[in-house]
Write a new protein. Structure first.
Length: 79
């Protein structure tokens, strides 16, 4: 199986999407409060693109980290 196929399988298996979602919810919420706190309490306008990306980025980073760790562990020549 190619590395890309294994990476895709790993990204959607073993509860990884759920764990990444939990991390994204916690980290994304904290970052949104830091970056757009005034807008969220009504003192400014909310930038919806930034709000969405602030949740997407931690999800992708968490998933990437888990998949690359698993790929490295699956190779016998991994350092």
């Amino acid at each position: 199986m190619s590395t890309w196929k294994r990476a895709c399988v790993y990204a959607v298996s073993d509860g990884l999407p759920r764990r990444s979602l939990y991390v994204a919810l916690v980290v994304g919420t904290v970052l949104n409060l830091i970056n757009q706190g005034d807008a969220l309490i009504g003192a400014g306008s909310i930038d919806w693109l930034k709000l969405a990306l602030t949740y997407c980025v931690p999800y992708l980073v968490c998933t990437y980290g888990a998949v690359t760790a698993r790929l490295a562990g699956a190779r016998p020549d991994a350092v």
